[in-house]
Design a protein around this ligand. Structure first.
Ligand SMILES: [Zn+2]
Length: 435
């Protein structure tokens, strides 16, 4: 057993403990001990002393788009008029310009930046309509090289005709096959872009051929609601429910414009709804009614929707948005903590078939170690306040995924980060020239 010791441990388990001078024992890919060093089993092969450090569970990102990584610094030639214009003018031109090498390097860059900020599990939603077949292989390959966990989904859509949609179906089937080859490290869900770009016959094919657990943007903007109604004569949620596509395995994203009965259906299905407040504010689409979601018992989780690979700023944004919206200085404190600290681990644990996001015996050994000497008392009752106002921003010292130390002293242990960033810049130059 390896023992990470002399640190403050924030367990985020059922007891939600803070253990000062605590330690974590790791054997192979699993946590085998959490507690004080004097009670640790004697068979310790390696002792790693981490004074002035806090150990937290590896971070989990409940929804993102690794393909957007190479867009950093890319400036659209004009200001978008509305949300659909953002899609048409920026994202749908960018994803169409990508080839398989771009897919690989955007995933490498996105996964490396995730790793360096302590994120060890990513729920990805991918689109590359000019190279659909094999694109999830590239993402799986990149995640394997970086060493973190990832859920694969290809965004099925009729934007490029029915043939493109069917290629998306095939790619998702490939995603499930890839996930079966690396259980615990890769997972898969059936990716759907959004209701307003999915024809009825495509959804019928998905229901017939794919896993019923879908990963889909839902009512992100009012246009998804109105266009779905105009094109298909039906509402978004009933289209999924009627085909059996709303299940406990489903991951719905955004949910800004959902009705009360929609929320009831999501809660009843035990599906997850992923909130991405910075993306919602950036696109000016509004925000999900989290209080109504919580009241209905909807399982909530937190994503970034491609705005970086770090859930920490998203936590603060979620809380500030609630307070701003409701003109209430107490809104969101517990809701956001539950959304990230309970929701993300529950979503990821269900998807990967492992205990993730909790430091407890039997859980996956995914850890982030931050350099943080608390300037005020740090206890089980107030650690969330430290997380929001200092600990979350404290420098990452080490990152461990599945027992393997990937980052030490803030730098990758085995990877040449400079070479990866350089390759990303080269790919971005070419991609931007075609964009
Ligand atoms: Zn998204």
């Amino acid at each position: 057993m390896r023992l990470f010791t002399d640190a403050t441990i924030i367990t985020n388990d059922a007891e939600d403990r803070v253990i000062e001078g605590g330690c974590i024992g790791v054997e192979d890919e699993t946590i085998t001990y959490v507690g004080l060093p004097e009670s640790a089993p004697p068979a310790v092969e390696e002792r790693i002393s981490l004074p002035h450090r806090v150990i937290l569970p590896g971070q989990i990102l409940a929804h993102t788009h690794l393909y957007s990584f190479l867009a950093r610094g890319l400036s659209p030639s004009r200001a978008p008029a509305d949300f659909v214009d953002v899609l048409e003018h920026l994202w749908w031109r960018l994803d169409q310009a990508m080839d398989l090498e771009d897919v690989y390097w955007s995933a490498m860059g996105g996964a490396l930046s995730a790793l360096l900020c302590g994120t060890t599990t990513i729920i990805d939603h991918h689109a590359s309509p000019s190279c659909i077949g094999g694109s999830l292989d590239q993402i799986a390959r990149a995640l394997g090289h970086i060493g973190i966990r990832g859920l694969l989904s290809y965004e099925i859509t009729d934007r490029h005709g029915h043939r493109g949609a069917l290629e998306g179906v095939e790619e998702n089937l490939r995603g499930f096959a890839l996930a079966a080859q690396r259980p615990g490290w890769l997972a898969a869900r059936t990716g759907l872009h959004a209701s307003f770009t999915l024809d009825d016959r495509t959804l019928d094919t998905v229901a017939e051929r794919c896993s019923k657990g879908v990963h889909v943007h839902v009512a992100e903007d009012a246009a998804d609601v109105s266009r779905t109604r105009e094109r298909y004569g039906e509402e978004i949620l009933p289209r999924l429910v009627r085909r059996g596509l709303l299940t406990a395995e489903s991951i719905l994203v955004h949910g800004v414009h959902l009705s009360g009965p929609d929320l009831t259906a999501i809660a009843r299905a035990d599906a997850f709804l992923v909130h991405n407040p910075r993306s919602n504010m950036n696109n000016g689409v509004g925000a999900a009614d989290l209080a109504a979601c919580a009241k209905e018992g909807v399982r909530l989780a937190l994503g970034t929707d491609g705005m970086g690979s770090d859930p920490v700023p998203e936590m603060m944004a979620a809380m500030l948005l609630l307070r701003h919206e409701h003109r209430d200085p107490s809104a969101g404190w517990n809701l956001v903590k539950d959304m990230y600290c309970k929701g993300n681990p529950a979503l990821a644990s269900r998807a990967f078939g492992l205990t993730l996001g909790r430091l407890e015996v039997g859980a996956a050994a995914d850890l982030v170690v931050r350099r943080y000497e608390p300037p005020t008392p740090l206890t089980a009752d107030n650690w969330w306040g430290h997380q929001l106002f200092g600990l979350g921003d404290a420098p990452v010292d080490r990152v461990v995924a599945g027992g393997r130390e990937l980052v030490r002293g803030g730098e990758p242990v085995e990877l040449d980060a400079g070479r990866i960033w350089s390759a990303c810049r080269d790919r971005a130059r070419g991609l931007w020239a075609r964009w």
